[in-house]
Ligand binder design. Sequence first.
Ligand code: PXP
Length: 267
Amino acid sequence: MSAGQTNPAGGDGRTAPIRLGINIDHVATLRNARGGAHPDPVSAAKLAVEAGADNITAHLREDRRHIRDDDIARLIAELECPLNLEMAATSEMQEIALKAKPHAACLVPEKREERTTEGGLDVVAQHNVLAPVVAELGAAGIRVSLFIAAERLQIEAASRLRSPAIEFHVGPWCDALTDGRNDDAKAEWHSIRDGARIARDLGLEVHAGHGLNYATAETIAALPEIVELNIGHFIVGDAVFGGLSESVRRMREAMSKGRAANMSGGA
Ligand code: PXP
């Protein structure tokens, strides 16, 4: 940053700092692939907080494909930072949230057959389904956010529901950039930028997530209206590259130690 520029992520006293929520779902995906306890998503959450995450996000899906009920219980009991529970607006999930009382709940659409959350909530069409869920979670002191596309109609509908926060689904922007569809990326970016202003003017707290990597997180953090990013898949994937060398080195060391013990008659 050159002299004279302001830091959009905070520090100049004019813009709010931006929070980082780490989504640990895919640590649980890896654990569940073998059905055991390793790698433990709760330990990963603690490590993320130690490294600078402000919140932890976990999505308890209807099919429990990654995060399980006992993970949520442990996150609530063991985490010292806010937990953002991603959930569908179903009576089962509402009951779980009201019992667990996470700091925040992000309502997402959920289809059993999808690989990940494919689109935002249709808050316009789902007003009557969402209204009691937003109200009851809010009354229990849980800060609700609605995961929506950055579209004026959805933003205004979220405001009518009196949701304190929204999270923009920025996957279409990230995908357009990855695919080199520059016109689409530009149009998506304009929706995010303009949507963030509209939402803040309506008094909504604005978050963003889905598909972010280092480059897109840097770009979107420049929007002063956005106060929280929730990032999971890229970080967990990139941690493989950041950590693989050390894990291989430790395994080599463990094997060498075992072999040396045998040679000295220890086995
Ligand atoms: N925010 C919401 C509401 C999500 O559903 C997800 C994916 O679970 C994320 C953020 C994180 O997306 P990603 O794993 O692509 O970083």
